[in-house]
Write a protein that binds this ligand. Structure first.
Ligand SMILES: [Cu+2]
Length: 468
């Protein structure tokens, strides 16, 4: 976007707002537009109360203006172009140049004023999901307010009353507008030290979203209810999702909100975490238990926390295996076990790309350059230091490094595993398989497993030891 467009956009917002709100008399804050899908560095608060900012995965935090003690943001609802992953750009709707829109970060007790300019082809609104606010600020069209007409700017204003993890999205034609990518994250930091909120060195956030975009096309199919083909973290599919990079020993918080049409069991490798917060706020410590996977239902937010105390490159992904795939055909019959001798060669005469699933590892698809139409992604993509990763969709890596500098979020590259710590090929002899038989085992017939191997010492309360 060039400067003329930018000024034109700002001027349109100002004109539209005239006469709408007393609050707008001071003039609108300029909307700030982001054109890059890269993960922006944390935005250290230049004004207002201090806090430790979050990092939005493949996203950014909206700058604000202080106006007589009020934090003012300007969101522009508009068509955007979003790179889902290298090789595929989608035409979505979002805010300020991206889908999702910018993360809003404020502090508990802040008075927040949000100017929302509608540059979409239809009316919209914003619902501030999870917030305590006056009823007229809740954003449900028809119930709480009139829809924001095309070209107009509305003003929302409320005090961020409780600290926690929130989202924002339209409550006007939401099936269409959310299928098109209209959503954003909101974090309210605690005002002072909070008994239930720990100080984390790294605080990441992102939304779970999904799109149905036919290969070769640009715009999502908005009537799809369940059968989406792009499962994304913040409107990015792996290998387009950045890694989350931390320093060994950091306390890490990851906040996730789900605005898809299904639940996502989010799984972290190499560490255990606790759910320290939900949509309703921080969880009391007595309610927390260790997990490595937490299911996030539709409309829910979860924040997980743990100490990153294992060095390495750890997978972090949705555990629904179809959600770590990019566009795929689901109507293909399973042919595992079918005698297909001679079949593949004959099919390949008419369809050279044909291969049998389950016969040759689907990961082969990564090693074979395939002819793809423009504007789509391979089902599984991404290369690691040891070959193709064979993942897509809702997948990324969590990188823990001893020498990552505090506050440095840059990708440290691949982990150099210490010698002798990687799974390796067995080079010795393979013993003949022994079929299990309890009778033969008891009779001492199975080589290498003598009856004495089953003897154990059992100590019962109030008696001596017995041989069994
Ligand atoms: Cu999932």
């Amino acid at each position: 976007m060039d400067r003329r467009q930018f000024i034109g956009r700002a001027a349109l917002g100002a004109v539209a707002a005239a006469g709408v709100s007393k609050a707008a008399l001071a003039g609108l804050p300029e909307p700030v537009i982001q054109t890059s899908p890269a993960t922006a560095p944390p935005l250290l608060p230049p004004s207002g109360r201090p806090y430790n900012p979050v990092v939005t995965l493949n996203g950014w935090t909206a700058p604000w203006r202080m106006n007589n003690g009020v934090k003012e943001f300007h969101l522009v609802a508009e068509p955007v172009e979003r790179e889902i992953a290298p090789g595929m750009v989608a035409r979505l709707w979002g805010y300020n140049g991206q889908s999702p829109g910018p993360t809003i970060e404020v502090v508990e007790g802040d008075r927040v004023r949000l100017f929302v300019t509608n540059r979409l082809p239809e009316a919209t609104s914003i619902h501030w999901h999870g917030q305590r606010l006056p009823n007229g600020m809740d954003g449900v069209v028809g119930l709480n307010q009139r829809a924001i007409p095309v070209g107009k700017t509305y003003v929302y204003e409320f005090i961020a009353r409780r600290p926690g993890t929130f989202m924002y999205h339209p409550h006007a034609d939401e099936m269409v507008q959310m299928a098109m990518g209209m959503m954003g994250f909101w974090v309210t930091h605690p005002r002072t030290r909070h008994p239930l909120i720990s100080e984390a060195q790294r605080d990441f956030c992102f939304l779970l979203n999904a799109y149905d975009i036919d290969p070769g096309s640009l715009v999502p199919k908005i009537n799809t209810m369940l059968d989406f083909n792009l499962w994304t973290f913040n409107s990015r599919a792996f290998p387009g999702v950045d890694s989350m990079n931390v320093r060994l020993g950091d306390r890490v918080r990851i906040r996730v909100g789900n605005l898809t049409m299904t639940n996502h069991p989010i799984h972290l490798h190499g560490h255990e975490f606790e759910v320290t917060g939900t949509d309703g706020g921080p969880t009391p410590p007595g309610s927390r238990w260790p997990e490595v996977t937490t299911d996030i239902a539709v409309g829910q937010m979860r924040q997980i926390e743990f100490i990153a105390d294992e060095e390495g490159d750890w997978a972090f992904h949705c555990h629904k295996s179809h959600h770590t795939m990019n566009p795929m055909g689901h109507d293909v019959p399973t042919l595992i076990g079918v005698d297909h001798r001679g079949l593949v060669g004959r099919i390949q005469q008419v369809e050279p790309e044909y291969m049998m699933m389950g016969e040759r590892d689907m990961a082969d698809m990564k090693e074979m350059p395939m002819m793809l139409p423009e504007q789509t992604l391979e089902m599984m993509a991404g290369f690691g230091p040891h070959g193709p990763i064979g993942m897509g969709g809702m997948f990324t890596t969590f990188k823990v490094r001893r020498d990552q500098k505090p506050g440095d979020y840059a990708d440290p590259g691949w982990y150099a595993q210490p010698p002798g710590t990687q799974a390796f090929e067995w080079q010795g002899e393979l013993p003949e398989p022994a079929r299990f038989s309890a009778e033969r085992l008891n009779a001492g017939e199975v080589p290498g497993l003598r009856r004495s191997a089953l003897e154990m010492q059992v100590r019962k309360p109030g008696s001596g030891s017995h041989q069994h």
